[in-house]
Design a protein around this ligand. Sequence first.
Ligand code: GRF
Length: 194
Amino acid sequence: MVSKKIAVFASGSGSNFEAIAKALQDGKIQNAEISLLVTDKEGVFALDRAKKFGIESKTFVLKNFEDKVAYEKAILEALAEKEIDFIVLAGYMKLIGETLLSEYEGRMINIHPSVLPAFKGKDAIAMALDYGVRYTGVTVHWVDSGMDTGQIIDQDVVRVEKDDTYETLAEKIHKVEHVLYPRVINEVVNKNAE
Ligand code: GRF
């Protein structure tokens, strides 16, 4: 079967990027490869992780472009060069604009650290903790023009204990993310390949 070419987009640590790269190595995601890591910041740890896996990366800093359209057009060019089939957002902290969406809608997914539709947007883990919910979790969804509003593909829950801090809860959530995201990517990529 033809291998699907994935671009992962990240803005920071890239622990999800690494979990996906590892799952590909271990054969837990089949018929796919990460052909490119895209970041919107220089010097982020995700770039070091890409190096470790021998995966090419490219950084696009919005302020170096005339506007968001030009920024996304430059990203699109890089994706076209690599013949990218599928975009996986993994901690990419920018809203996707029309330029990228018009080309990749239906071929772009995101992971969010809450059980959507609860706690959309930035700082979902802190919001859940502040609110005092006893369960929060993780959602993988299709990307549309809204903030964390696309159709849900799968979710998993995480229990919030009374003594959880931001750090302990974030750690539990990341652990769940690192299992859920590779599993969903494998399903979605192979469904599209049928
Ligand atoms: C994850 O919690 C993800 O759900 C959110 O951003 C975080 C990225 O973490 N969208 P990492 O960079 O993959 O470690």
